[in-house]
Ligand binder design. Structure first.
Ligand SMILES: C[S@@+](CC[C@H](N)C(=O)[O-])C[C@H]1O[C@@H](n2cnc3c(N)ncnc32)[C@H](O)[C@@H]1O
Length: 218
């Protein structure tokens, strides 16, 4: 159903069964990605993670997807471990990292990224048992369509079809809290309910997205 192919110097994923959707790839040099980085440390993502106060944070992105948020955080100074469970997306992420390592302007950023193919629940539970921690755990699981919102971006539709959605997302919160030195940040659509129905310590509300911050209680 899905096909991975190299074209124009990059690996891309095609979904011939989804009418009207072109190839998607992890593209960290796109104008959209540049705009995200230009948003700097005052954008909600960076503030929620805490990068405006501590630029050298170690972040684990437990739902890496196409790596846009991870790459933005790394471009703003963080060192990021990207965890993704869908093998085709892991290949797109590794391809994007290989391309970024070759380009003068992005090499230093790409060197701060580590891509891991794993299920984050399992990785975090094993890490917690060994006492391993990251400063911040970042989560952006897919949210079920509610039928009222505008159509998701084409990437989101392809991702939804490819991964089957992230129905087990609620179960990420406790393992993430066990491994976070400073905070867990969860990205949600602006009006979506809290992850696992749990009230966050802080909320950064944007027009389309909201960032819920959970502080570990120790
Ligand atoms: C909405 S996308 C994330 C988009 C990402 N923030 C970006 O900037 O491109 C969610 C991704 O998380 C992955 N995912 C969800 N739950 C996961 C888990 N428990 N372990 C690893 N990956 C997971 C899905 O496969 C999907 O690719």
């Amino acid at each position: 159903m899905f096909e991975l192919r190299v074209s124009e110097g990059r690996l891309s994923l095609r979904a011939p069964h989804l009418a009207g959707y072109g190839a998607i790839s992890a593209d960290w040099q796109s104008p959209d990605q540049r705009r995200r980085i230009q948003g700097g440390k005052k954008q909600l993502l960076a503030k929620a993670v805490g990068l405006h106060k501590q630029p050298r944070l170690h972040v684990l992105d437990g739902t890496a997807g196409l790596g846009r948020d991870s790459y933005t955080l790394a471009a703003l100074g963080a060192t990021v471990t990207l965890v993704e469970r869908t093998p085709a997306l892991v290949r797109l992420l590794r391809d994007a990292q290989a391309r970024a390592l070759l380009a003068e302007g992005s090499r230093a950023i790409a060197e701060r990224l580590t891509v891991i193919e794993a299920v984050s629940h399992q990785l975090l539970l094993s890490a917690a048992a060994e006492g391993a921690q990251w400063d911040v755990i970042y989560l952006d699981p897919m949210y079920p369509e509610d039928g009222k919102s505008a159509l998701p971006a084409k990437e989101m539709q392809v991702l939804r079809d490819l991964t089957g959605g992230d129905a087990d997302a609620d179960a990420l919160l406790d393992p993430a809290l066990a491994c976070a030195r400073q905070r867990v940040v969860v990205k949600r659509p602006a009006k979506a309910p809290w992850l696992a129905g749990r009230k966050p310590s802080l909320e950064y509300q944007g027009t389309q997205a909201r960032f819920d911050v959970y502080l570990p209680q120790r």
